[in-house]
Ligand binder design. Structure first.
Ligand SMILES: NC(=O)c1ccc[n+]([C@@H]2O[C@H](COP(=O)([O-])OP(=O)(O)OC[C@H]3O[C@@H](n4cnc5c(N)ncnc54)[C@H](OP(=O)(O)O)[C@@H]3O)[C@@H](O)[C@H]2O)c1
Length: 338
């Protein structure tokens, strides 16, 4: 049996409970490819999966890691145009923090030449989520006002960049002045520090009292509660996640008074239920990457040996953009980023 180096979750707990060990090299079946992983993007759901508090609970032990970039090493039957040697990126949900991962061909995309493997590993999950949220769920239109909470985080910064690319006015909200400076540099039209300013007052000032047409909320808790009072008439409040650890509550009369809608977002389920639309989204995102309109900002890169520290980073709320883990060096396999 061939083995590989992998980060193993043997028991649920904090990131520090992860262990670097060995696992069997996975074999691709029909419709699957094996990718030699160059880089793996770290996401908030990785923390929840390792803690055992995510909506999906894979059996122990498992290998975390939900977004990768690498090279196809072997393609099973029925994998279309994909072939060994191609540089690709993929949303995997699990398995990315290892030397090899097996992925369904439909979840694999060719790595755009303008992205480095680190950037490719920071792309499919978060940009896919933000695009689905803004386009299918909110039906965001050019000229509308979009408020993004947790805007310096992974899904948040994707929503900021995509909101701009779709022609919206983007108000980016985060919890420190360093993050506000980062968000201004990323092209936000206005920024709000929600640790020092009440969201509702800031929105009133920035929208002439009307509020936001669309709110993108990956944080939940107290911020969600504030956001329920920041919507314009006909607004859409997107429930994306609960990074605060608390699920917010909506007094239903607020939705009535402003004629606004509470809209759930679940990108993984969308890909399962509507694969043709998900593939069309991936093409639209590819066009935006090629046009230079979106690009994942990389906060910090860790080696595989420090994967636990990479996950722990997301807990201290200092990350601006994405944290990535590189695996086994990148000698010669990749083009370099433009
Ligand atoms: N619905 C979907 O399909 C989908 C897809 C992907 C992710 N998600 C969910 O979306 C949420 C965010 O994911 P992400 O990848 O964007 O996370 P992230 O990169 O870690 O960003 C989350 C942001 O939340 C804020 N935050 C507030 N309280 C926090 C706390 N106690 N701990 C950590 N961060 C806190 C932080 O910003 P400030 O410090 O500036 O407040 C941080 O930048 C997660 O709940 C994740 O499960 C949902």
């Amino acid at each position: 049996m061939q083995t590989m180096r992998a980060v193993l979750c043997q028991r649920h707990g904090p990131p520090q409970s992860l262990e670097l060990g060995t696992a069997a090299v996975p074999q691709p079946g029909p419709g699957q490819v094996r990718i030699r992983v160059a880089a793996c993007g770290i996401n908030f759901p990785d923390l929840l999966l390792v803690a055992g508090t995510y909506q999906d609970k894979p059996p122990l032990p498992f290998i975390p890691g939900g977004e990768v970039a690498g090279v196809i090493e072997q393609a099973g039957p029925g994998t279309g145009l994909l072939r060994a040697g191609q540089q690709v990126m993929a949303a995997t949900l699990l398995g990315g923090l290892a030397e090899y991962v097996v992925v369904a061909a439909r979840d694999v995309e060719v790595l755009p030449p303008c992205l480095s493997p680190e950037e490719g590993a920071a792309f499919p999950g978060v940009y896919g989520t933000a695009y689905h949220a803004l386009v299918q769920r909110a039906q965001l239109r050019a000229g509308e006002t979009l408020l993004v909470l947790g805007a310096a985080g992974g899904t948040g910064i994707a929503a900021v960049q995509l909101g701009r690319a779709l022609g919206a006015r983007v108000l980016a909200a985060a919890g420190s002045d360093a993050k506000l400076a980062f968000l201004e540099a990323q092209g936000a039209d206005a920024v709000i520090n929600y640790r020092t300013t009440a969201l509702r007052d800031a929105l009133r000032g920035l929208t002439g009292g009307r509020g936001a047409d669309v709110v993108f909320d990956p944080v939940g808790g107290e911020l969600f509660d504030q956001a329920t009072r920041c919507l314009n008439w006909n607004g859409r409040l997107l429930v994306v996640g609960f990074a605060s650890g608390t699920i917010g509550r909506l007094p239903a009369n607020l939705a009535l008074l402003k004629g606004y809608a509470l809209v759930g977002v679940y990108y993984g389920r969308f890909r399962e239920e509507q694969p043709a639309e998900a593939a069309a989204n991936a093409q639209a995102l590819r066009a935006l990457v090629d046009a230079g309109k979106i690009r994942p900002p990389i906060h910090r890169v860790f080696p595989l040996e420090e994967a636990a520290a990479a996950l722990a980073c997301l807990q201290d709320r200092t990350v601006m953009g994405k944290v990535v883990v590189t695996i086994g060096g990148r000698q010669g396999a990749f083009h370099s980023a433009a």
